[in-house]
Design a protein around this ligand. Structure first.
Ligand SMILES: *Cc1c(COP(=O)(O)O)cnc(C)c1O
Length: 373
Protein backbone atom coordinates (compact mmCIF):
# COMPACT_ATOMS: atom_id res chain seq x y z
CA UNK A 1 0.00 0.00 0.00
CA UNK A 2 1.49 3.33 -1.08
CA UNK A 3 -1.41 5.67 -0.42
CA UNK A 4 -5.05 5.09 0.32
CA UNK A 5 -8.07 7.16 1.29
CA UNK A 6 -10.22 5.16 3.69
CA UNK A 7 -13.85 6.17 3.35
CA UNK A 8 -16.24 5.31 6.16
CA UNK A 9 -19.63 4.77 4.52
CA UNK A 10 -21.32 4.47 7.92
CA UNK A 11 -20.18 8.03 8.64
CA UNK A 12 -21.85 9.18 5.40
CA UNK A 13 -25.15 7.43 6.23
CA UNK A 14 -25.02 8.66 9.81
CA UNK A 15 -24.32 12.24 8.74
CA UNK A 16 -27.31 12.13 6.41
CA UNK A 17 -29.49 10.83 9.26
CA UNK A 18 -28.24 13.61 11.58
CA UNK A 19 -28.99 16.22 8.92
CA UNK A 20 -32.41 14.78 8.15
CA UNK A 21 -33.27 14.99 11.84
CA UNK A 22 -32.39 18.71 11.79
CA UNK A 23 -34.60 19.67 8.85
CA UNK A 24 -38.29 19.25 8.03
CA UNK A 25 -37.86 18.84 4.27
CA UNK A 26 -36.26 16.22 2.00
CA UNK A 27 -32.52 16.27 1.52
CA UNK A 28 -30.40 16.24 -1.62
CA UNK A 29 -27.01 14.56 -1.21
CA UNK A 30 -24.54 16.52 -3.35
CA UNK A 31 -22.06 14.06 -4.85
CA UNK A 32 -20.41 16.17 -7.55
CA UNK A 33 -16.68 15.88 -8.20
CA UNK A 34 -16.54 12.18 -7.33
CA UNK A 35 -18.46 12.89 -4.12
CA UNK A 36 -15.95 15.55 -3.02
CA UNK A 37 -13.19 13.02 -3.69
CA UNK A 38 -14.84 10.27 -1.61
CA UNK A 39 -16.15 8.15 -4.51
CA UNK A 40 -19.35 8.83 -6.47
CA UNK A 41 -21.25 5.55 -6.44
CA UNK A 42 -20.48 4.14 -2.96
CA UNK A 43 -21.18 7.53 -1.40
CA UNK A 44 -24.44 7.98 -3.29
CA UNK A 45 -25.57 4.54 -2.13
CA UNK A 46 -24.59 5.30 1.49
CA UNK A 47 -26.46 8.61 1.30
CA UNK A 48 -29.60 6.90 0.02
CA UNK A 49 -29.17 4.40 2.84
CA UNK A 50 -29.14 7.30 5.29
CA UNK A 51 -32.39 8.65 3.82
CA UNK A 52 -31.37 11.11 1.09
CA UNK A 53 -34.35 11.52 -1.27
CA UNK A 54 -32.43 13.40 -3.95
CA UNK A 55 -28.95 13.17 -5.46
CA UNK A 56 -27.26 16.23 -6.96
CA UNK A 57 -24.31 16.39 -9.32
CA UNK A 58 -22.69 19.19 -11.28
CA UNK A 59 -21.85 17.29 -14.47
CA UNK A 60 -24.33 15.28 -16.47
CA UNK A 61 -21.68 12.56 -16.87
CA UNK A 62 -21.86 12.10 -13.08
CA UNK A 63 -25.64 11.84 -13.07
CA UNK A 64 -25.60 9.35 -15.94
CA UNK A 65 -22.88 7.28 -14.26
CA UNK A 66 -25.14 6.88 -11.22
CA UNK A 67 -27.97 5.60 -13.45
CA UNK A 68 -25.55 3.24 -15.24
CA UNK A 69 -24.42 1.87 -11.89
CA UNK A 70 -27.97 1.04 -10.92
CA UNK A 71 -28.77 4.04 -8.74
CA UNK A 72 -32.25 4.26 -10.21
CA UNK A 73 -34.44 5.17 -7.29
CA UNK A 74 -34.24 8.74 -6.06
CA UNK A 75 -34.34 11.85 -8.20
CA UNK A 76 -31.01 12.84 -9.70
CA UNK A 77 -30.30 16.35 -10.94
CA UNK A 78 -27.23 17.49 -12.89
CA UNK A 79 -27.10 21.28 -12.99
CA UNK A 80 -23.99 22.19 -14.97
CA UNK A 81 -24.75 21.44 -18.61
CA UNK A 82 -23.37 23.53 -21.48
CA UNK A 83 -25.12 23.61 -24.85
CA UNK A 84 -24.56 20.40 -26.81
CA UNK A 85 -24.49 18.22 -23.71
CA UNK A 86 -26.12 14.79 -24.00
CA UNK A 87 -29.64 15.89 -23.10
CA UNK A 88 -31.12 12.89 -24.89
CA UNK A 89 -29.36 10.58 -22.43
CA UNK A 90 -30.44 12.73 -19.50
CA UNK A 91 -34.09 12.58 -20.57
CA UNK A 92 -33.95 8.86 -21.35
CA UNK A 93 -32.30 8.08 -18.01
CA UNK A 94 -34.57 10.33 -15.96
CA UNK A 95 -31.86 12.75 -14.90
CA UNK A 96 -33.29 16.19 -14.06
CA UNK A 97 -31.69 19.18 -15.75
CA UNK A 98 -31.30 22.84 -14.88
CA UNK A 99 -31.84 25.81 -17.17
CA UNK A 100 -30.50 29.32 -16.56
CA UNK A 101 -31.38 30.62 -20.00
CA UNK A 102 -34.13 30.43 -22.61
CA UNK A 103 -31.59 29.16 -25.13
CA UNK A 104 -30.77 26.11 -23.02
CA UNK A 105 -34.43 25.50 -22.22
CA UNK A 106 -35.21 25.53 -25.98
CA UNK A 107 -32.40 23.06 -26.66
CA UNK A 108 -33.64 20.70 -23.95
CA UNK A 109 -37.20 21.02 -25.28
CA UNK A 110 -36.10 20.29 -28.86
CA UNK A 111 -34.29 17.14 -27.69
CA UNK A 112 -37.27 16.06 -25.61
CA UNK A 113 -39.58 16.54 -28.58
CA UNK A 114 -37.39 14.32 -30.76
CA UNK A 115 -37.50 11.64 -28.08
CA UNK A 116 -41.20 12.08 -27.43
CA UNK A 117 -40.55 12.21 -23.68
CA UNK A 118 -40.87 15.14 -21.32
CA UNK A 119 -37.69 16.57 -19.81
CA UNK A 120 -37.71 17.36 -16.10
CA UNK A 121 -36.24 20.82 -15.67
CA UNK A 122 -35.38 23.07 -12.72
CA UNK A 123 -35.28 26.78 -13.62
CA UNK A 124 -32.34 28.50 -11.94
CA UNK A 125 -32.51 32.13 -10.89
CA UNK A 126 -29.56 34.33 -9.95
CA UNK A 127 -30.47 35.86 -6.57
CA UNK A 128 -27.10 37.47 -5.89
CA UNK A 129 -24.37 34.87 -6.42
CA UNK A 130 -23.78 36.20 -9.96
CA UNK A 131 -22.73 32.81 -11.27
CA UNK A 132 -25.25 30.52 -12.97
CA UNK A 133 -28.96 31.37 -12.95
CA UNK A 134 -31.04 33.79 -14.98
CA UNK A 135 -30.86 37.43 -14.00
CA UNK A 136 -32.52 39.98 -16.33
CA UNK A 137 -34.07 37.15 -18.38
CA UNK A 138 -35.90 35.53 -15.43
CA UNK A 139 -39.46 36.63 -16.28
CA UNK A 140 -39.10 35.54 -19.91
CA UNK A 141 -37.50 32.24 -18.89
CA UNK A 142 -40.42 31.48 -16.58
CA UNK A 143 -42.90 32.55 -19.28
CA UNK A 144 -41.24 30.26 -21.83
CA UNK A 145 -41.16 27.44 -19.28
CA UNK A 146 -44.91 27.85 -18.73
CA UNK A 147 -45.57 27.74 -22.50
CA UNK A 148 -43.40 24.68 -23.00
CA UNK A 149 -45.23 22.91 -20.20
CA UNK A 150 -48.45 23.40 -22.20
CA UNK A 151 -47.28 23.08 -25.80
CA UNK A 152 -43.86 21.49 -25.52
CA UNK A 153 -42.05 18.69 -23.79
CA UNK A 154 -40.85 20.41 -20.64
CA UNK A 155 -41.96 19.72 -17.12
CA UNK A 156 -40.82 22.48 -14.78
CA UNK A 157 -40.32 20.41 -11.62
CA UNK A 158 -38.12 22.84 -9.73
CA UNK A 159 -37.11 26.44 -9.18
CA UNK A 160 -33.84 27.09 -7.47
CA UNK A 161 -30.94 29.36 -6.64
CA UNK A 162 -27.66 29.30 -4.71
CA UNK A 163 -26.24 31.29 -1.77
CA UNK A 164 -22.95 33.17 -2.02
CA UNK A 165 -22.38 33.80 1.71
CA UNK A 166 -24.39 31.28 3.71
CA UNK A 167 -21.22 30.53 5.70
CA UNK A 168 -21.54 34.07 7.12
CA UNK A 169 -24.84 33.66 8.99
CA UNK A 170 -26.49 37.00 9.65
CA UNK A 171 -24.80 38.69 6.71
CA UNK A 172 -27.39 40.92 5.01
CA UNK A 173 -26.57 39.33 1.63
CA UNK A 174 -28.36 36.17 2.80
CA UNK A 175 -31.61 37.97 3.61
CA UNK A 176 -31.33 39.81 0.30
CA UNK A 177 -30.97 36.54 -1.59
CA UNK A 178 -33.99 35.01 0.17
CA UNK A 179 -35.99 38.11 -0.70
CA UNK A 180 -34.91 37.93 -4.29
CA UNK A 181 -35.81 34.21 -4.36
CA UNK A 182 -39.28 34.97 -3.01
CA UNK A 183 -39.79 37.54 -5.75
CA UNK A 184 -38.62 35.04 -8.36
CA UNK A 185 -41.16 32.56 -6.97
CA UNK A 186 -43.95 35.12 -7.29
CA UNK A 187 -43.14 35.42 -10.97
CA UNK A 188 -43.42 31.63 -11.20
CA UNK A 189 -46.86 31.55 -9.52
CA UNK A 190 -48.07 34.45 -11.63
CA UNK A 191 -47.17 32.41 -14.73
CA UNK A 192 -49.32 29.57 -13.42
CA UNK A 193 -46.39 27.24 -12.79
CA UNK A 194 -46.40 25.17 -9.61
CA UNK A 195 -43.01 23.52 -9.20
CA UNK A 196 -42.72 20.43 -6.99
CA UNK A 197 -39.56 21.70 -5.32
CA UNK A 198 -38.14 25.12 -4.55
CA UNK A 199 -34.59 24.89 -3.29
CA UNK A 200 -31.94 27.34 -2.14
CA UNK A 201 -30.01 26.05 0.89
CA UNK A 202 -26.50 24.58 0.77
CA UNK A 203 -24.81 23.00 3.82
CA UNK A 204 -24.23 26.23 5.74
CA UNK A 205 -27.81 27.43 5.24
CA UNK A 206 -29.12 23.96 6.11
CA UNK A 207 -27.36 24.17 9.48
CA UNK A 208 -27.96 27.83 10.24
CA UNK A 209 -31.15 29.09 8.63
CA UNK A 210 -34.41 27.10 8.61
CA UNK A 211 -36.14 29.92 6.73
CA UNK A 212 -33.98 29.07 3.71
CA UNK A 213 -35.01 25.42 3.50
CA UNK A 214 -38.13 25.78 1.28
CA UNK A 215 -38.96 22.28 -0.11
CA UNK A 216 -35.50 20.72 -0.30
CA UNK A 217 -31.98 21.30 1.02
CA UNK A 218 -28.82 20.55 -0.96
CA UNK A 219 -26.12 19.36 1.40
CA UNK A 220 -22.57 18.74 0.22
CA UNK A 221 -19.68 19.31 2.61
CA UNK A 222 -21.60 18.43 5.79
CA UNK A 223 -22.53 14.96 4.56
CA UNK A 224 -18.78 14.23 4.43
CA UNK A 225 -18.53 15.24 8.09
CA UNK A 226 -16.79 18.54 7.41
CA UNK A 227 -17.85 22.05 8.42
CA UNK A 228 -18.71 24.64 5.74
CA UNK A 229 -16.43 27.03 7.64
CA UNK A 230 -14.84 26.25 11.00
CA UNK A 231 -14.22 29.89 11.86
CA UNK A 232 -17.82 31.06 11.42
CA UNK A 233 -19.80 27.87 12.14
CA UNK A 234 -17.46 25.84 14.34
CA UNK A 235 -16.26 22.34 13.70
CA UNK A 236 -18.46 19.59 12.26
CA UNK A 237 -18.36 17.56 15.49
CA UNK A 238 -20.36 20.36 17.12
CA UNK A 239 -23.23 19.24 14.84
CA UNK A 240 -22.67 15.50 15.53
CA UNK A 241 -21.17 15.01 12.09
CA UNK A 242 -18.36 12.50 11.58
CA UNK A 243 -15.54 13.05 9.06
CA UNK A 244 -15.74 10.21 6.55
CA UNK A 245 -12.24 10.20 5.09
CA UNK A 246 -8.84 9.21 6.49
CA UNK A 247 -5.83 9.58 4.21
CA UNK A 248 -2.87 7.27 4.91
CA UNK A 249 0.42 6.39 3.22
CA UNK A 250 3.33 4.06 3.89
CA UNK A 251 6.63 5.61 4.92
CA UNK A 252 8.95 4.87 2.01
CA UNK A 253 12.29 5.58 3.66
CA UNK A 254 13.63 6.63 7.04
CA UNK A 255 17.16 7.99 7.36
CA UNK A 256 19.40 9.98 9.70
CA UNK A 257 20.51 13.39 8.52
CA UNK A 258 22.99 15.76 10.16
CA UNK A 259 22.32 19.30 11.34
CA UNK A 260 22.41 22.05 8.75
CA UNK A 261 21.29 20.15 5.63
CA UNK A 262 18.92 21.61 3.08
CA UNK A 263 15.79 19.54 2.45
CA UNK A 264 13.91 19.09 -0.86
CA UNK A 265 13.74 21.42 -3.90
CA UNK A 266 15.08 24.88 -3.32
CA UNK A 267 16.45 24.03 0.10
CA UNK A 268 13.66 25.93 1.81
CA UNK A 269 14.14 23.98 5.07
CA UNK A 270 17.49 23.50 6.85
CA UNK A 271 17.73 20.95 9.65
CA UNK A 272 18.37 22.67 12.99
CA UNK A 273 19.90 19.55 14.55
CA UNK A 274 20.71 15.99 13.62
CA UNK A 275 17.42 14.17 13.13
CA UNK A 276 15.63 11.36 11.36
CA UNK A 277 13.60 12.23 8.31
CA UNK A 278 10.92 10.16 6.64
CA UNK A 279 9.98 10.18 2.97
CA UNK A 280 6.24 9.96 2.30
CA UNK A 281 5.44 8.70 -1.22
CA UNK A 282 2.65 11.18 -1.98
CA UNK A 283 2.81 14.62 -3.51
CA UNK A 284 0.88 17.31 -5.28
CA UNK A 285 0.05 14.89 -8.12
CA UNK A 286 -2.02 13.08 -5.49
CA UNK A 287 -3.58 16.28 -4.18
CA UNK A 288 -1.21 17.06 -1.30
CA UNK A 289 -1.23 20.86 -1.54
CA UNK A 290 2.16 22.34 -2.47
CA UNK A 291 1.14 25.42 -0.52
CA UNK A 292 1.46 23.19 2.55
CA UNK A 293 5.24 23.04 2.10
CA UNK A 294 6.97 23.64 5.46
CA UNK A 295 3.53 23.97 7.06
CA UNK A 296 1.53 20.73 7.06
CA UNK A 297 1.81 18.13 9.80
CA UNK A 298 1.14 14.40 9.59
CA UNK A 299 0.98 11.67 12.22
CA UNK A 300 3.34 8.71 12.58
CA UNK A 301 1.71 6.91 15.49
CA UNK A 302 1.24 9.57 18.15
CA UNK A 303 4.05 11.69 16.80
CA UNK A 304 3.08 14.84 14.91
CA UNK A 305 5.72 15.17 12.25
CA UNK A 306 6.08 18.49 10.42
CA UNK A 307 6.66 18.61 6.68
CA UNK A 308 10.21 19.71 5.91
CA UNK A 309 10.80 21.69 2.72
CA UNK A 310 8.78 21.71 -0.44
CA UNK A 311 6.13 19.17 -1.27
CA UNK A 312 7.12 17.55 -4.58
CA UNK A 313 4.99 15.95 -7.27
CA UNK A 314 5.17 12.42 -5.83
CA UNK A 315 6.80 12.72 -2.43
CA UNK A 316 7.56 14.91 0.56
CA UNK A 317 9.84 14.79 3.59
CA UNK A 318 8.84 14.87 7.25
CA UNK A 319 10.88 15.42 10.41
CA UNK A 320 10.47 12.35 12.62
CA UNK A 321 12.75 13.70 15.38
CA UNK A 322 16.14 12.27 16.45
CA UNK A 323 14.66 9.61 18.76
CA UNK A 324 12.12 8.21 16.32
CA UNK A 325 11.75 4.44 16.08
CA UNK A 326 9.68 4.74 12.89
CA UNK A 327 10.77 2.59 9.98
CA UNK A 328 10.00 2.23 6.30
CA UNK A 329 6.58 0.66 5.82
CA UNK A 330 5.05 2.30 8.90
CA UNK A 331 1.71 3.98 8.39
CA UNK A 332 1.55 7.76 8.11
CA UNK A 333 -1.81 9.41 8.72
CA UNK A 334 -1.98 12.52 6.57
CA UNK A 335 -5.41 13.53 7.86
CA UNK A 336 -8.45 11.96 9.44
CA UNK A 337 -8.74 9.44 12.25
CA UNK A 338 -5.45 9.35 14.18
CA UNK A 339 -4.05 12.39 12.37
CA UNK A 340 -4.61 16.09 11.80
CA UNK A 341 -8.04 17.31 10.76
CA UNK A 342 -8.80 18.23 7.15
CA UNK A 343 -9.39 21.73 8.53
CA UNK A 344 -5.85 21.85 9.95
CA UNK A 345 -4.54 20.94 6.50
CA UNK A 346 -6.73 23.55 4.84
CA UNK A 347 -5.61 26.34 7.14
CA UNK A 348 -1.92 25.34 6.87
CA UNK A 349 -2.12 25.51 3.09
CA UNK A 350 -4.33 28.56 2.68
CA UNK A 351 -7.39 26.85 1.30
CA UNK A 352 -10.71 25.29 2.34
CA UNK A 353 -11.48 21.76 3.49
CA UNK A 354 -13.58 21.30 0.32
CA UNK A 355 -10.46 21.58 -1.84
CA UNK A 356 -8.34 19.26 0.30
CA UNK A 357 -10.64 16.26 -0.11
CA UNK A 358 -11.87 17.06 -3.62
CA UNK A 359 -8.41 17.35 -5.15
CA UNK A 360 -7.23 13.92 -4.04
CA UNK A 361 -6.03 12.46 -7.29
CA UNK A 362 -6.95 9.28 -9.13
CA UNK A 363 -3.65 7.64 -8.08
CA UNK A 364 -4.93 7.48 -4.51
CA UNK A 365 -6.89 4.27 -4.02
CA UNK A 366 -10.21 4.59 -2.19
CA UNK A 367 -11.01 1.87 0.31
CA UNK A 368 -14.51 1.60 1.64
CA UNK A 369 -15.68 0.24 4.94
CA UNK A 370 -18.99 0.18 6.78
CA UNK A 371 -22.34 -1.04 5.52
CA UNK A 372 -22.40 -1.20 1.72
CA UNK A 373 -18.61 -1.41 1.34
C1 LIG B 1 -21.70 22.33 -4.44
C2 LIG B 1 -23.07 22.81 -4.41
C3 LIG B 1 -23.87 22.58 -3.29
C4 LIG B 1 -23.36 22.00 -2.00
O1 LIG B 1 -22.56 22.96 -1.34
P1 LIG B 1 -22.03 22.67 0.15
O2 LIG B 1 -21.49 23.96 0.63
O3 LIG B 1 -20.95 21.63 -0.02
O4 LIG B 1 -23.18 22.16 0.90
C5 LIG B 1 -25.21 22.95 -3.36
N1 LIG B 1 -25.70 23.53 -4.47
C6 LIG B 1 -24.94 23.79 -5.56
C7 LIG B 1 -25.54 24.44 -6.74
C8 LIG B 1 -23.60 23.46 -5.56
O5 LIG B 1 -22.86 23.73 -6.64
Amino acid sequence: MRAVARVNLDAISSNIRVLRARVDVPLMAVVKADAYGHGLVPVARAAINGGAQWIGTALLAEGLELRRQGVTKPHVISWLTPPGDDFAAAIAENVDLSASSIELLEEINATASLLGKRARVHLEVDTGMTRAGALGQWDQLVQRGAELMKNGNIEVVGVWSHFARADEPGHPANAAQKNSFDHALEVVSAAGVEPQVRHLANSAATLMDPSSHYDLVRTGIVMYGLSPDVTTLGSATKYDLTPAMTLVASLMLVKEVPSGVAVSYGGTAITKHATKVGVVPMGYADGVPRHGSNALKVNVGDYEAPVLGRICMDQFVIDLGPDSTAKAGDEVVLFGEGGPTVDAWASASGTVNYEIVTRLGPRVAREYFGVGA
